[in-house]
Design a protein around this ligand. Sequence first.
Ligand SMILES: Nc1ncnc2c1ncn2[C@@H]1O[C@H](COP(=O)(O)OP(=O)(O)OP(=O)(O)O)[C@@H](O)[C@H]1O
Length: 637
Amino acid sequence: MFGGGFGGFNVGGRPTMGAAGRKGNGLPFAGIPDDLQAGVAKLEAREPDHGDPGVTFDPVGDSGRKISLSRLLIGRPGLLLAASIAVLVETLLLQAGPYLVQVGIDHGIAAGNLRVLIVATLCFVAAVLLTGLATAIRMRKSGLLAAAATRDLRIRIFAHLQRMSLDYYTREKAGVTMTRMTSDVESLQSLLQDGFAQFLIQGLTMVVVTGVLFHYNATLALITLALVVPPLTIASLWFRHAADRGYNRQRDAIAAMFADLAESLNGVRVVTAHNRQDRNVVAHREVVGGYRDANDFTGRINAIYGPGTSVIGLIAMAVLLLIGGRMVLRGALTIGELTAFVLYINSFFQPVQQLVQLYTQYQQGKAAIGKIRSLLGEAPSVLSLPGAITLPPVRGEIVFDDVTFGYLPDRPVLSGVTLRIAPGETVACVGPTGAGKSTLAKLVTRFYDPTSGRILIDGHDLRDVTLSSLRTQIGVVPQEPFLFAGSLRDNIAFARPTATDDEVWAAVDAVGLRDLVERSPEGLDTPLHERGQSVSSGERQLLALARAFLAEPRVVVLDEATSSLDLRSELRVEAALDALLEGRTAILVAHRLSTAMRADRIIVVDDHHIIETGSHAELVAAGGPYAEMFATWAAHS
Ligand SMILES: Nc1ncnc2c1ncn2[C@@H]1O[C@H](COP(=O)(O)OP(=O)(O)OP(=O)(O)O)[C@@H](O)[C@H]1O
């Protein structure tokens, strides 16, 4: 849309103010000149219409409608009906060929009637042309059906992933999740686009051909079926069983391959720095080997089943040539009928061959839909309860009431924690590595729910309020700030995309980033690279603070970055922090005691508990663990 091209945005299909028109950033936007209006209208008319996806985001849960292949198919009844009619016409017309050959031979050639021969030939050509037309219509309609169904499915999976809680992402590898969205959805798409239509065509062809065979000669038809049906049934039952196993194995192998690839790509810097490339290649060879084995297995079973059914068919054809030929010699069958019979038998076996291929495709689709269904069936562990209320604007009192929590049920990280943070108070949380400081912060933002006990904000249990109303009032600055590919402005205004330029600049100024923005070639519109690779680590921290500042939360939860900054950057971050925390309730997970010292109160977390609490001066005077930590720190700095 125009929004993308001009950096502006689009309301109701009309371009509105573009990037160039934003205050303090180049020339004022004067609108589209009259002489360009016609061109713009033309371009707009050519913009693709993506239609209504029919999927809305519900933060509480998935629509709950179980997905199945049949539901995906009947989701667009109009398209399905059109495609089915086209399939019917296509199949019937395809079978007209051998009949017209028989008429041409018996009533044209054998009877010496050129007119009949010409009419039969013309009918043949007409049938071929009409078949082509029906095929084109069928492909178009089923293509549309597949594209629409998989688009909806992709949006539904994406919405579900947005809803999932953090424990899901800890448990599941990103690559496996990516497989659901890519290869799984794609195998469904190819099944919907071509697979089902082919299933219908080939199945219908077999029925029509069987009828025609009986019409020509019931004895010969019975002999044909007796010859082919038993071995074909046995072969198909074996194949079905083997293919089920094979395709599930293949899907798992693809997921493992994606998972390994995604991890290597995400960790490329560490891999390079630690010279792990060769070992990674060896490890990847293992997973790719697993995928090769899975493919090899399915290839082997296809190689047995495909040619096996071919051989059955061809032997049957040879036997029928003999039996049918004798009937012709006895005068019980005409040559034309025998020719048509043999041609029809060929069109009886071709569908069998095709159905083999389709069965494979069907297995893949079924395996894929099973995996997608179980993903969609997984409920987020943290969700807004049915009666949850909207959290009214808070003063910012936070209470931990006898809170126990562990990522694994039998391994508590925090146990019986009780703590009250007054509105506007800044509490720093210190303690040894792995003591549970970040966990405490994650509980306040309700990334996880306590195993027992309650966390209250202004007297409301976090579980009794909606997640969105809670999180709009809590600003989170994570230990490793994540920046998205997009402009500086998009990243700063991430939590409040509707913020005005003045508000964005105020946040920029509050964290002392004006220099960076003014130095950047396109000011606030300067694009940032994926994950903020194009800015320094200190700048990333400041941008994260600006983002939290702009969101104007009542409560700030800040997990201090552990990366060390030079003195100047550290002073800038500290000043930015002061601006952000001013007048707000704050929980700081402090990795530097210099940060902790600035807080109103310090809590020391160790051994699953809060072991000390008080101001810096009080704790130093108490001579406990904090005083010890402080003495060590002071001696080394
Ligand atoms: N997602 C998780 N799943 C399982 N265990 C986890 C998870 N996150 C953290 N842990 C474990 O919980 C404990 C507390 O972790 P936490 O991140 O709260 O420590 P911390 O005090 O913030 O440490 P640091 O100072 O290193 O940031 C650690 O033993 C850690 O291994």
